[in-house]
Design a protein around this ligand. Sequence first.
Ligand code: C5P
Length: 404
Amino acid sequence: MNELAGKHIVLGLSGGVACYKAAELCRQLIKEGATVQVVMTQAAEQFITPVTMQALSGRTVYGSQWDAREPNNMPHINLSREADAILVAPCSADFIARLVQGRADELLSLLCLARPLQRVPLLLAPAMNREMWAHPATQRNLVQVAQDGAVILGVGSGDQACGETGDGRMLEPEELVEELVAFFAPKVLAGRKVLITAGPTFEALDPVRGITNLSSGKMGFAIARAAREAGADVTVVAGPVHVPTPRGVQRVNVQSALEMQAAVERHLQSASVFIATAAVADWRPAHASSQKIKKDGSGDAPTLAFVENPDILAAAAKSRQALEGHLFCVGFAAESHDLLAHATAKRVRKGVPLLVGNIGPATFGQDDNALLLVDSEGHRELPRASKRVLAKQLIEDIASRLPR
Ligand code: C5P
């Protein structure tokens, strides 16, 4: 989606098996619209050749501070000043130690040291064996480089090239791209806690059956990602959906409306924004059978009785926090027709300052959508676009409504 359009990234590779992932990372950065200048240490060249990285980035690779291609013979100055960010991936334990010491005897650490600290961020994607990662020296060095202004992107956990299993794997290329995109996003929700409900609920009839709806959770999770990118601390309470959790977002899985209500109550106290995108079932079976309901041979269908579910959003909007102006509540309305009239009425009924209308069949399961934002003043349309784009626009809109 060209999320990194106009960004120039210096992609630094230090020595490690994870260099093989740097090739894919480079490709994905370019697919997102970035230009990429690769710089490799000598150790990195043991794992992957500059030929591969040159072919993927479309630029010759730098590996030496004595590179005579630069007219002033100062690649460390020129390359660092052109960059919108320097991303070292993989970043070895040794390279972190070199950064801590401010070493400058090879090009990559030299250009990290020479970068204008205030203008050119340095992001590190560590990659190493789990014992090396857990070693007090590495942990001590990580604290120090972070204090010196580097951003540590974290590590993954799992099988390692050495045959061991644990923390220290480099994040996957798509995770690193997600982190970089998040890094560049304006931090309009910095310091805010955002709680989001997403997906459908599932109301059990018996151990194998229940009632649910076609909500996919995609809109709610897109909003969660955008809120996190905007600097918020985000929790999503999700009904049964198979949407991956965005990086840095806390996820609480629930099934029924009652479970969703309990989870929301647990997390609401500390929240300053509540966005209810979930398609909560209006009713649940009055008595869920503990055993599968069987046909009794009479030809008669069972009679099912329903009770109404609590309205999670309306309750949040009536909480003391919301009434005192410490919690901003946003509702969603999935309608099939007369969107403006229904959304306007629903906003008042739910007691929320902002209600977002959309057409149910046009959004459930889709990757794009169109939104109608209704507040006490009137309405504004967010025209059809991907849920990703709409989520960013909605978060920007919500942020502008919050008390400073
Ligand atoms: O009343 P309706 O279900 O159309 O309202 C939709 C809005 O209310 C959504 O924001 C939805 O998440 C929220 N809701 C809720 N609890 C319910 C029903 C709806 O939070 N029981």
